[in-house]
Design a protein around this ligand. Structure first.
Ligand code: GDP
Ligand code: MN
Length: 392
């Protein structure tokens, strides 16, 4: 789960990390009131769940009320990588002498957490790592011993952090490490960590991703999740208890995400996405979503799934791929017929049914909906691609 910068900063502050004075604002009047509180010069920062806000124009300095108003007007409502800015963080501006990067994240390949430090902060760390890997110091954290004090100072020196900033920066790393473990984070990052003109060290940006599987241990943090869903269709799907991921053109090699996909079992759904992508390639179309109705899905679940998939305006056709095991094909068929009765299904629907009670399922679909379900997967995938490919 992603949280906003202002929320991450509030969390870090609990661990003793110094952060600039700041307030959140949702409109221009609130921006001005917040700026009065924190004082000028201040910085107005878009609160959206993506990095690179600075580059996108979502971070602006303001020396006075006129500039704060202009910054608020420019940033509120701005679109950053497909997300609309609804709130900004107004903070006292810090006087930047140097910008560093500090982060702790999971290193899957080495099966441990890793401390990452760089003196080339303020910009995208992936970019620094790609262009100048020698500027990024990585220090694996042995799970048996935790992050050791000598390890912290070695990493900071190796990264070339200014000697006068090392003691303060060590405190940041220790706090980051405690926060990372106690919050069950998968990423805790400060970029930039700023060395100010007068020799103070302060967190100018903060990012925390929380492991969703640990959220049950953090009731207070789970409350932030209302805010964490960026896509309204995904949010609605999750409210209905469905495993749904929306796919966009950039996720499927630039094709049109036109085929809504519903299946039972994550493996089958992933296989379905692959097959739709493969046969769709020649037609410029691909899958619009992942949706797993799970094992033993009842008619109601199938109806819900169809409703969610159809609420995506990109969808030009739906492919329902069911391999009946615990899931009974007749239940799935009932769900489709119920959905067809109550929803306006304005796009082609291709159903592949096989396995438990498939004969009964096919009969229900033929009698009540005039649908002719497929038994085999490959021709069914080809059919839905042909239907939506022809309309595009
Ligand atoms: P990001 O681009 O989404 O990572 O947003 P950041 O919060 O990291 O801000 C981007 C850049 O804006 C920073 O690297 C700084 O160069 C600049 N910036 C942010 N806050 C301040 C500030 O208080 N004073 C100054 N002078 N620059 C700032
Ligand atoms: Mn940043």
């Amino acid at each position: 789960m992603k949280i906003h910068e202002y929320q991450a900063k509030a969390l870090f502050a609990r661990y003793g990390v110094p952060i600039p004075k700041g307030e959140v604002a949702g409109n221009v009047a609130e921006v001005l009131a917040a700026a009065e509180q924190v004082g000028y010069p201040c910085v107005v920062k878009a609160q959206v769940h993506v990095g690179g806000r600075g580059k996108a124009g979502g971070v602006k300095l303001a020396a006075d009320a006129d500039q704060a108003r202009a910054a608020g007007q420019a940033i509120l409502g701005m679109d950053i990588k497909g997300l609309t800015v609804e709130r900004v963080l107004v903070e006292e501006a810090v006087d930047i002498r140097a910008e560093y990067y500090l982060g702790i994240t999971l290193d899957r390949a080495n099966q441990r957490n890793v401390l990452i430090v760089s003196a080339a902060g303020g910009i995208d760390i992936e970019e620094v790592a790609a262009k100048t890997p020698e500027k990024v110091i990585r220090s694996g954290i042995d799970p048996a011993f935790g992050l050791l004090p000598h390890q912290i100072s070695s990493a900071l020196y190796a990264a070339g952090i200014a000697p006068e900033a090392i003691r303060q920066a060590s405190g940041f790393v220790a706090a980051l490490d405690r926060a990372y473990r106690e919050i069950d984070a998968s990423l805790a990052e400060i970029n930039p960590l700023v060395l100010t003109g007068d020799g103070r060290v302060i967190a100018a940006d903060a990012k925390i991703n929380i492991d969703d599987n640990a959220l049950f241990r953090h009731q207070d943090l789970a409350a932030l999740s209302e805010d964490a869903e960026d896509d309204p269709i995904e949010a609605e799907a999750h409210r209905r208890g469905l495993q749904y991921v929306r796919l966009r053109s950039e996720n499927i090699g630039g094709a049109r995400p036109a085929v809504g996909v519903i299946g039972n079992g994550a493996g089958l759904v992933m296989g379905t996405l692959d097959e739709v992508t493969r046969v769709g390639r020649g037609h410029g179309v691909g899958p619009a979503n992942f949706l797993d109705v799970g094992g033993g899905a009842k008619a109601e679940v199938v109806r819900n799934a169809l409703e969610v998939v159809l609420s995506n305006p990109d969808v030009e056709g739906v492919f329902i791929n069911i391999f009946g095991g615990i899931t009974r094909c007749d239940e799935v068929a009932k769900g489709i017929i119920e959905a067809a009765g109550s929803l306006d299904i304005h796009v082609p629907l291709v159903v592949r049914l096989t396995g438990t009670n498939d004969v009964a399922g096919k009969q229900i679909l033929a009698e009540h909906g005039g649908y002719e379900p497929f038994t085999e997967f490959t021709p069914a995938a080809a059919k839905i691609v042909e239907l939506v490919g022809a309309t595009g």
